[in-house]
Design a protein around this ligand. Sequence first.
Ligand code: NDP
Length: 433
Amino acid sequence: QTKNPAEPEFHQAVFEVARSIIPFVNEHQKYQQACILERMCEPDRIISFRVVWEDDKGNIRMNRGHRVQFNNSIGPYKGGLRFHPSVNTGILKFLGFEQTFKNSLTTLPMGSAKGGSDFDPKGKSDREIMRFCQSFMTELSHYIGHFTDIPAGDIGVGAKEISYLFGEYKRLSHQFTGVLTGKSLEYGGSLIRKEATGYGCVYFMEEMLHEKGESIRGKTCTVSGSGNVALYCAQKINHLGGKVVTLSDSDGFIHIPQGISDEELDAIIELKTFKRGRLAEYAEKTACSYFAAEKPWGIECDLAFPCATENEITKSDAALLAGGGCIALAEGANMPTTQDALEVLRNSGILTAPGKAANAGGVAVSGLEMAQNSMRMAWTTQDLDSRLQAIMKSIHQQCTTYGRTNGYIDYVKGANIAGFIKVADAMLAYGIL
Ligand code: NDP
């Protein structure tokens, strides 16, 4: 903490990993002697830069951009870009650190990184977003490349922002390469990339339930968020016969006790993705229940899918979930559960899949997008969906291999150890560097 002051999210992420890895490392001298865990906690480099752009009124505006290149032991740096006012290097270090384990779990050759800016796309016009993205890429382009570092989207960075960023990179480099993932289909994107994180999270939950002889069919599910991850998580729950009763945004949540139908979900996707609308507007139009400034964890459910942001489930939220009959939780977001909330979930016997395992479907399909770009061909939806399912199954299998203790599967421990081994062995092979 003295070495990395004022980075509470990074400390939290490292603490949670160290808790499972230290006992494992103590039993395996080769990792201990080479200080592998300590080395994995230090990013390879952090790049920070000024981003100047002009708003629609002609005012000069300035933000700060960053790229944290964390670890490239098993492949080129890979991880999303986040545009949100809360972005700082501490948040990006936590996300980059988590990405190291997540990318390793996918079984694909990808190192880890994260980047972004404190730029807030909310309330900005398309032209303003375009000018910001172009300015951001002017500097970022010096540090990325299809064999070096391949960014993708995250909070505040969807298909539109990726298109502006890609266009600018193409202009600056005079090259058409797969330097970003999450691209649109017409210029090298992959089918099911936008659905992949949400779908993958539900596939992971289905694997957890199969272990108990159960399935998603007929289960009541609370979902938070209404962005890329949440909306497609809800869609897949519906496909598999579950019932989604909530969605949220940063202003509040909607509650539809009979379950959000496919038609209602399509309308919400249209509103949130293409019109940049708010759930409060949807509730007003359809007269469904809306709870301003509240989170959905007090609603009774069998399954919970936090898909909004970090630390959205606190200790008291976890107690509400346990009291409301929840049996399993899969993290669609990165680190949405605080440390003491995790403790409550564990003590209540709620199966808990950490984000680095449950939300790895997005980066996995990004890896498949890179493979398609390299081969200059495109796989079908069916092909990609079955590859995604196979990857989520394999991640689940890795978690159970290292997380099974006395009849309970500790998915957090399993994901940490399985993700650690591959990267640690590669680092050992390279010697001291
Ligand atoms: P989006 O920007 O598409 O959506 C984010 C959603 O979360 C929005 O509904 C937003 O509400 C809500 N939200 C954001 N911040 C807060 C907050 N402080 N309090 C309450 N609600 C909030 O992002 P994504 O869906 O892409 O990402 C969601 C999470 O999933 C993040 O943790 C991200 O790191 C993680 N993730 C994303 C992947 C991807 O492929 N996109 C891959 C793996 C993980 P509002 O509309 O009001 O802003």
